[in-house]
Design a protein around this ligand. Structure first.
Ligand code: LAG
Ligand code: CA
Length: 491
């Protein structure tokens, strides 16, 4: 079958990329540096497949992202709200984000640009409404999906009056009752498991690399593990397990043997510091308190749920949001996932769509940073920000160098990745000049926050030039601004 062939081609491409960048230095830190393999991803929320295809080649690949996380690709209930994507009607790849052919072409385009594709897999549940006709024309009712599932394939928990989850201290409720009325699949059933696995294997056959497991907390870890065991061994898995505190029955740690998990505590610790203007070191030992181990964590400043809820920094915070993203990308904890959505005032509002219900889409040509103001529906285009590309380059050169204890004074805080790079951020409104000690070799460097990737040009710097002299860096850090230098970007 050509499908299996495509998958092998994608895997081969990946190993070539790894081979080129995996030359790590055998000498000390002062040796000529090589960038490590990229690891960071970007969530392109509600971005149509044709837009992602363009964007992989135009900005995401060149910026140095390793992967994109897409919104759910399966048929869903009709409606203009974004969250219709989270109410599956069938596993046909025909949605407001595009057709199966457009999806396949997007995967090919991204893989060709060196960007892996991770798909949001909604497998805990089906629709939350009584009945209807799906986006691709499939008729359904709450627990009956023709050719796919019948009532026997769903949990009917009978633990609460309406079968909805109400008590998060009850494992049985969280995993077998309905999450806000969404028909809860009986993921302990072998036939349900294999139906889900064949949906996911079909996506892998198209060249996808892995999955965000939506609502993983609402499925027993054994159920998720059994489904993942039906996929190829190298499938990337990122479970969405919202950390809900010690009183909750289900904890993220239960899912780390299956793959990585989204660590919600990271932004809860970092963002209020940036917002409040007073930064300090987290506990630098691994694992950090209330965090899974670094190797198990995918971290983010916000996502499509938290930007409508708990997140203390979002695109609306512009410069401070950028600082939080820079701090995350410079860190030695977890795998970062940058978020890129669209502006909104109504939490339910979907991305702009045409009269067939398809999202119109957007690409990010010419975007270099946060806008001063956003109109509803504007793409935020975080992936195209100069500073983000610069910090991805910083991250690649930082490699596995440890994060050192924080430096700075006044309103400036920063940290070094030992002898590889140093980031200074200033969350206050006024510029502040600091002098800090650093293990970077003496000489001139180009700031990648203002200059982006390959900030050194024609013997100078695209952005700010900085000097390390006698092991000291003196720098004027702009208000609500940052500076970052690393050993790979020197004029
Ligand atoms: C997720 N992760 O575990 C997604 O990240 C999150 O965006 C999903 O909720 C949720 N789990 C289910 O996949 C979203 C919206 C909800 C929406 C739901 C289903 O945040 O607001 O619920 O998707 O579309 C909506 C209505 C509810 C209604 C429900 C069922 O808001 O009032 O009960 O639909 O009809
Ligand atoms: Ca469940």
């Amino acid at each position: 079958m050509p499908r299996a062939g495509r998958r092998r081609a994608a895997a081969a491409l990946t190993s070539v990329v790894v081979g080129v960048v995996a030359l790590s230095g055998c000498a000390g830190p002062a040796a000529s540096p090589h960038p490590a393999q990229p690891d960071a991803g970007v969530q392109l929320f509600q971005r149509p497949w044709t837009s992602i295809a363009t964007e992989c080649a135009a900005t995401i690949g060149p910026a140095g992202f390793a992967w994109v996380l897409t919104s759910p690709p399966q048929e869903h209930i009709t409606g203009s709200q974004w969250w219709t994507s989270y109410q599956p009607v069938s596993y046909t790849l025909d949605s407001k984000l595009g057709t199966a052919d457009e999806f396949a072409a997007m995967v090919d385009a991204c893989n060709a640009a060196g960007v892996k594709v991770v798909v949001d897999a909604v497998i805990n549940h089906m629709a939350g409404i009584d009945d209807g006709t799906g986006f691709a024309g499939t008729p359904f009712s709450h627990d009956d999906y023709p050719g796919l599932y019948t009532a026997a394939d769903f949990h009917h928990c009978a633990l609460t009056a309406d079968d909805d989850i109400s008590d998060y201290s009850s494992r049985e409720q969280v995993q077998t009752c309905e999450l806000s009325n969404l028909a809860d699949l009986d993921t302990s059933s072998p036939t349900v498991r294999s139906t889900i696995a064949s949906y996911l294997n079909g996506l892998l056959d198209l060249g996808v690399t892995g999955f965000r497991i939506d609502a993983a907390k609402h499925m027993a870890a054994d159920d998720v593990a059994a489904i993942v065991e039906m996929l190829p061994k190298d499938t990337m898995i990122v479970s969405e397990t919202i950390r809900g505190g010690a009183a909750e029955a289900v904890q993220p740690e239960e899912y780390t043997s299956i793959g990585r998990v989204l660590e919600f505590q990271y932004a809860r610790d970092l963002s209020p510091q940036v917002e409040g203007g007073v930064l300090s070191d987290p506990l630098l030992e691994d694992p950090r308190p209330s965090h899974v181990a670094s190797k198990d964590a995918v971290v983010f400043i916000d996502n499509h749920d938290t930007e409508r809820g708990e997140a203390s920094l979002t695109y609306r915070d512009r410069g401070r949001y950028l600082l939080a993203n820079a701090l995350m990308l410079a860190d030695d904890y977890g795998t970062p996932l940058v978020y890129s959505g669209y502006a909104f005032t109504d939490n339910d509002a979907g991305a702009p769509q045409d009269d067939t219900g398809h999202v119109i889409g957007w690409t990010c040509d010419g975007v270099t940073g946060p806008h001063d103001a956003y109109d509803d529906g504007d793409g935020v285009c975080t992936e195209a920000w100069t500073a983000v590309a610069g910090m991805l380059e910083f991250r690649a050169y930082a490699g596995d160098a440890p994060r050192l204890p924080g430096v700075g004074d006044g309103t400036v805080y920063g940290f070094e990745r030992e002898a590889r790079g140093i980031l200074l951020v200033n969350p206050s409104n006024d510029a502040d000049t600091v002098t800090v000690r650093t293990g970077l070799p003496d000489g001139e460097y180009c700031d990648v926050i203002s200059g982006g990737r390959a900030a050194a040009v024609d013997g100078g710097c695209r952005g700010t030039a900085l000097i390390v002299d006698h092991g000291e860096l003196t720098a004027a850090v702009p208000g609500i601004g940052a500076l970052a230098i690393h050993v790979g970007d020197r004029p």
